[in-house]
Design a protein around this ligand. Structure first.
Ligand code: SF4
Ligand code: SF4
Length: 338
């Protein structure tokens, strides 16, 4: 059922929703941008719909609510282990279609590979998603080519048109409250884009020789292995472990898992002092092939959802979409010459 809210109607519903949920959405952080005197749009807790930024892409994705960038798993002493408590309140997370498709990728990794990650699941069970309609694509988005531009798998949807909010609500228990504060509207459909400026063509065959292709050499010099592209990516799921010791003898402390990045030094270190993928181009190859080839072979759909955040954030202006298109071209050339 659809609803049309004025600002006042939205405020009264919001205060009821906040009793049940912590609400998170893209919001503006003044002066926190990458360059001086610029703002940053990223996720934060919002206490009113007016705080939500609808017309900019959040620099970071919504994955931090399911996979915190540093999460304490348990506390230990010499002879005891105490599992960390889970956040008590439920969460309502506003996100766009590509990011909702990214949640499907996280679920595949953490819930559907023959093992259920209990730390992921306990947060996942607390989250409801509000799909933010996308009336137009941002410059680096390529969601249409990745098939992630449209989503129906939401709990609620929201579109802001002028000073009105149009919402679809699939959660039965909220429909009465919504009806009291809004005008009922037939057939509310969240907006979605059908065209993007950026296009990506995925390879359909992968010759083995692509592993040694010169294509990757460009990134040996250009990439500085900062890992930003991984941290903003809604589908990067790797973490590493850190033990924090409270005492000098190391017998009391906590174990955390923290985000890891396949692009940075140390990620592929192994026992005995070895390291895989020393060259930055080799790391780029590993990341790109995982996003558009290996994951697809295993799950039937690519890992990348085409949000374009990695292109937006790279300090060296390295474009993932450009690289994928170069990969497709190089694969085609190899196949034609075989
Ligand atoms: S690889 Fe880049 S475009 Fe694809 S989902 Fe990750 S951040 Fe978005
Ligand atoms: S953000 Fe750019 S420079 Fe940094 S690791 Fe990724 S590709 Fe390399």
């Amino acid at each position: 059922m659809g609803y049309c809210f004025t600002e006042d109607g939205m405020m009264s519903v919001w205060s009821e929703l906040e009793k049940r949920y912590d609400i998170y959405a893209p919001k503006r952080f003044a002066g926190k941008g990458r360059f001086s005197d610029t703002d940053c749009v990223r996720y934060g807790q919002v206490h009113s719909a007016t705080e939500i930024v609808f017309d900019k892409k959040a620099e970071y994705s919504a994955k931090e609510f399911l996979l915190p960038n540093a999460e304490t798993l348990f506390y230990f002493t010499e002879d005891q282990i105490l599992e960390s408590a889970c956040k008590e309140k439920e969460m309502l997370v506003f996100l766009r279609s590509c990011d909702l498709h990214a949640i499907k990728r996280l679920d595949a990794v953490y819930l559907e590979q023959g093992f259920i990650d209990s730390y992921y699941k306990r947060l996942r069970d607390k989250v409801k998603f509000v799909l933010m309609g996308c009336p137009k694509a941002f410059d680096t988005c390529f969601c249409v080519d990745m098939g992630t531009n449209k989503s129906t798998d939401y709990d609620m949807s929201i579109d802001k048109v002028n000073d009105k909010y149009y919402m679809d609500c699939k959660i039965e228990e909220w429909t009465e409250l919504f009806a009291q504060s809004a005008e009922r509207v037939q057939d509310v459909q969240p907006a979605y884009v059908t065209e993007t400026k950026t296009h990506v063509n995925l390879p359909v065959q992968m010759p083995n020789t692509m592993l040694q292709s010169d294509l990757w050499r460009e990134y040996d010099g250009r990439c500085i292995a900062c890992g930003r592209c991984n941290f903003v990516c809604p589908t990067c799921t790797c973490f590493t472990m850190q033990d924090m010791y409270y005492t000098e003898n190391g017998k009391a402390g906590e174990r955390r898992r923290v985000w890891a990045s396949c692009m940075v030094d140390g990620y592929a270190d192994v026992a005995g002092g070895g390291t895989y993928r020393k060259k930055h181009g080799e790391r780029m190859r590993y990341k790109v092939l995982h996003k558009v080839w290996d994951f697809q072979k295993k799950h039937g759909y690519p890992m990348c959802v085409g949000c374009g955040r990695c292109d937006d954030i790279c300090p060296e202006y390295i474009s993932f979409s450009h690289c994928v298109n170069g990969l497709k071209k190089a694969c085609k050339e190899v196949m034609e010459n075989e």
